[in-house]
Design a protein around this ligand. Sequence first.
Ligand SMILES: Nc1nc2c(c(=O)[nH]1)N[C@@H](CN(C=O)c1ccc(C(=O)N[C@@H](CCC(=O)O)C(=O)O)cc1)CN2
Length: 295
Amino acid sequence: MTARIIDGKIISAELRARVAAEVARLKTEHGITPGLAVVLVGNDPASEVYVRSKHKQTQEAGMASFEHRLPADVPQAELMALIAKLNADPAVHGILVQLPLPKGLDSNAVIDAIDPAKDVDGLNPTNAGRLASGLFALTPCTPLGSIIMAKTVHASLEGMNALVIGRSNLVGKPLVQLLLNENATVTIAHSRTRDLPALCRQADLVFAAVGKAEMVKGDWIKPGATVIDVGINRTPGKDGGKDKLLGDVAFAEAKEVAGAITPVPGGVGLMTVACLLVNTVRAACAIHGLPKPAV
Ligand SMILES: Nc1nc2c(c(=O)[nH]1)N[C@@H](CN(C=O)c1ccc(C(=O)N[C@@H](CCC(=O)O)C(=O)O)cc1)CN2
């Protein structure tokens, strides 16, 4: 039997509708319009796509969207000055610097400089530490979206064997923390892991976040497992046509074995932007001393 497809279009649209309802409530009951500032440095084509999508979806949810574009050769000090300005701006509740930054810029210093209360990417060490300590934290968007998708299949992840492939600060590490908070039994695999296929075959839940097209093969998947493919590997389209996107999982093979699987495109990527909107609403509520919102 082929796997159930976990549809990012449907799940992200539902989440965005809930965000829009919360935004409308904040405006009516408290006179607050959540605001998101996105900083794009340089002109990486994929980043351009993501930033456009963030701007459009922020506005569609009824929030204020502030876009800041800087040239690839911007001095570090100028970028830091912009972050300081956004930290101090009361109309801005969320700040996101699109990654990767062009060569020569220190992304750790930039992330460090973002006010943790406005760090809607959840990458600032304060938020990463709070998440690891089980405290309220703004949580990185892709891991948050991945958990939401897994929970559309399993109401509880408690006791499940979860394998996270990849140990980046953006996805792998926060995903491990979120899975621990769900009481899953978590294994983290990376480039030095021995016998990844064998580890994979024991996993009830597989989260692939390595950045290598179709690396996880169908015969690595335990029959009936849930597979969340976080990879977005882009091959430029021929003759100026649309880019081709592949996940980290060999989808055609894996869907014949898995119980449920996310597609690429149309999977976790769509949840990343929806979760950014969630984080912006959460940040706005926390900044204004309001209770945690319903989303
Ligand atoms: N500061 C950050 N930078 C980056 C992040 C991040 O979370 N914070 N994640 C990725 C890129 N990303 C968001 O920024 C992102 C990736 C994918 C998608 C998405 O909608 N994907 C679609 C396909 C879109 C396309 O045609 O390219 C899908 O998977 O269906 C949105 C946002 C790296 N940088």
